[in-house]
Design a protein around this ligand. Sequence first.
Ligand SMILES: Cc1cc2nc3c(=O)[nH]c(=O)nc-3n(C[C@H](O)[C@H](O)[C@H](O)COP(=O)(O)OP(=O)(O)OC[C@H]3O[C@@H](n4cnc5c(N)ncnc54)[C@H](O)[C@@H]3O)c2cc1C
Length: 153
Amino acid sequence: MLSRDWAQRKNSYDFVVVGSGYGGAITAARISTANLDPKPSVCILERGREWEPGSFPDTPEGIAGEVRSDINPLGLHEFLTYRDISLWKGNGLGGTSLVNANVAIIPDPEVFHLTGWPKSLNHASLMPHYLSARATLDATPHHAPLSFQRFRR
Ligand SMILES: Cc1cc2nc3c(=O)[nH]c(=O)nc-3n(C[C@H](O)[C@H](O)[C@H](O)COP(=O)(O)OP(=O)(O)OC[C@H]3O[C@@H](n4cnc5c(N)ncnc54)[C@H](O)[C@@H]3O)c2cc1C
């Protein structure tokens, strides 16, 4: 297990990162591995729980019992509904990566032609980071992508 009991926390840290999803985990990893002397201490605060391998709910009933709410604040799945948008998020060590599809696709350049993207974020400027993420995750093409229902014509 990676998480430590709250009682074991130190009195202070050089950096505190809130949340352990893609954003928080990568930020903490970058700080921890930065060429700094002295090496900084880093604390990641995560409001959800850590899931032991093999304990993850993978049945409809198991998932239904893991909805985050006031009476189940450690629930794995969080659903939020607003007027214009509804959200599905993961709540736990690993963030939404706990419940996502585990797909690592580099978007087509056309995606960045849509309005709303800051100019500095484009296919070329992000490519080194896509490649870095792909290498770190050891993501490889699926051997039979056409077997997925979503790819059937
Ligand atoms: C169903 C689904 C499928 C997806 N499939 C894919 C996919 O295949 N490939 C892909 O690349 N992306 C996919 N995504 C998108 C991807 O999972 C998200 O973009 C990504 O996880 C977001 O990372 P994040 O760090 O911004 O937030 P999150 O991963 O949501 O992390 C936020 C973390 O902060 C914690 N937190 C929040 N508030 C507090 C607080 N006050 N104190 C302490 N902790 C707090 C939360 O519990 C959570 O762990 C999918 C998303 C969903 C919902």
